[in-house]
Design a protein around this ligand. Structure first.
Ligand code: LLP
Length: 440
């Protein structure tokens, strides 16, 4: 995070707050959110879009990366809109005070009930993923409340990223295949309560090569041209999605936000001019690249289990008090994480450690071969760039409650999401019903 520093005593601080002190006060594991990093990255998107795109523009924070009431409010404060992928996320946004017309609803399997609820909550635009969804929405909008829709297209562009998070290739489960665009347009044309506003696609996440992104923009603009020819429609809004990658460990490439936005805006400008299309409103939906680097996860080493020394270096498992329950990314995508102690950060590296999670699964290793000082049981480790797709994908596997979030800013630390409790977890359960309970 931007505000990270090592104080003269060798202790790590974020926004002037000692991370060791946060771990003491709130327990571990705990996630620490640096407001300044979030704000700067959100602002980088907003300002670069305003600087490089000729038409209007909006940044929609992708809540799936991480959403809480405080984060929704921080995004709103920075002038961002909200990209929600479920009614649950819409509810968080509305609860946080995000106006409905600043919320886009995504998702590839929105039920009629979910769409109805989203409309009741005032969601501005629905990003339609299939022809069946168009039919459902057309039916719902017969209640007299018109509905703005964007079509999510499957652009047939392969991005160089993990297969689980590539979304725009031919055959992807997401989006309307280009071959079905004529049918989608006919359905839309026949539903007067549905108002066509534009086109969307998303090619994947953790993308560092921006060329496929630009190819996707060209596909969207071709489709915009088709819709104009077939039906005379103007594509007022164009959203090539989110997806910019971040570096989680030293030496990984990290594309600059401004360069990315500039490249996309240039592609849109040139493409519109070539096709004689008006400059649309340009929407980007970043999640990871805003919140990822803004959060640090803190874990306590519960036990250090030495392994055979390798090439003269000590090796060990460091058993942490968190793991795949709060961060499934290493197990699920082979994601790599870095780690460093929050105290005595500057000690020489003497240990090659595997950071093993606490969950009952051999695959629960947060990171392998991490170079660290000689870390002992009881020490606290910080894992940087841990904000995206960690807590938002967290589970309570092994009935381990999910961690809290502490927001740090200007020397202050405030709990913004409390730790889940065992009572929270048990509260959903009912006792064994009679007559099965008779023999208890
Ligand atoms: N918009 C749409 C339509 C999306 O599907 C996504 C991410 C985003 C925006 C935000 O993309 P971002 O800027 O965060 O890359 N759980 C996976 C990532 C799944 C991403 C799904 N869609 C992971 O941990 O890597």
């Amino acid at each position: 995070p931007d505000t990270a520093e090592v104080d003269p005593a060798g202790d790590l601080r974020l926004a002037g707050v000692s991370l060791g002190a946060v771990a003491e006060e709130h327990g571990t594991p705990v996630y620490v959110l640096d407001a300044a990093t979030f704000v700067r990255r959100a602002g980088a998107y907003r300002d670069a879009l305003a600087a490089h795109h000729a038409g209007p523009s909006e940044v929609h924070y992708a809540g799936k990366a991480y959403l809480s009431v405080a984060v929704a409010q921080l995004a709103l404060r920075e002038g961002l809109h909200l990209d929600a992928v479920s009614v649950g996320e819409v509810r968080v946004g509305r609860h946080a005070g995000v106006p409905g017309d600043r919320i886009h609803l995504h998702g590839n399997a929105k039920t009629a009930a979910e769409l109805r609820e989203a409309r009741r909550l005032g969601v501005g635009t629905v990003i339609v993923d299939s022809l069946d969804e168009l039919r459902t929405l057309a039916e719902l909008a017969r209640d007299g409340v018109p509905q703005a829709v964007m079509l999510r297209l499957s652009p047939g562009v392969a991005a160089d990223t993990h297969p689980h998070i590539s979304t725009g290739h031919a055959g992807s489960k997401f989006g309307i295949p280009l071959s079905l665009l004529p049918d989608a347009a006919r359905l839309l044309a026949a539903a007067p309560a549905l108002r066509y506003v534009g086109l969307h696609c998303h090619i994947g996440s953790q993308i560092t090569d921006l060329r496929p992104y630009r190819a996707a923009v060209r596909v969207l603009l071709d489709a915009a041209g088709d819709l104009r020819r077939w039906h005379g429609w103007t594509t007022r809004t164009l959203s090539p999605g989110g997806g910019l990658g971040i570096a989680a460990t030293a030496g990984e490439p990290e594309p600059a936000i401004e360069a990315h936005v500039q490249a996309v805006a240039a592609e849109v400008a040139a493409g519109c001019e070539r096709r004689g299309l008006p400059q649309p409103k340009l929407v980007l939906e970043p999640g990871r690249s805003i919140v990822g680097p803004a959060m640090v996860a803190l874990y306590r080493v519960v036990a250090a289990k030495p392994l055979d020394a390798r090439d003269g270096e000590a090796t060990a498992y460091l058993h942490l008090d968190g793991g795949m329950g709060d961060n499934v990314r290493p197990a699920m995508y082979g994601a790599r994480l870095a780690a460093l102690p929050v105290s005595g950060t500057c000690r020489p590296h003497r240990l090659v450690a595997h950071l093993s999670g606490r969950y009952c699964e051999s695959g629960d290793i947060l990171a392998r071969d991490v170079h660290l000082p000689e870390v002992r049981a009881g020490e606290v480790l910080a894992v940087p760039a841990a904000g995206a797709y960690t807590l938002s994908m967290a589970s309570s596997y092994n009935h381990v409650p999910r961690p809290p979030v502490v927001l740090v800013f200007d020397g202050h630390a405030r709990l913004v999401t409390r730790r889940e409790s065992h009572d929270d977890l048990i509260a959903r359960d009912a006792a064994l019903p009679e007559p099965l309970a008779a023999g208890l």
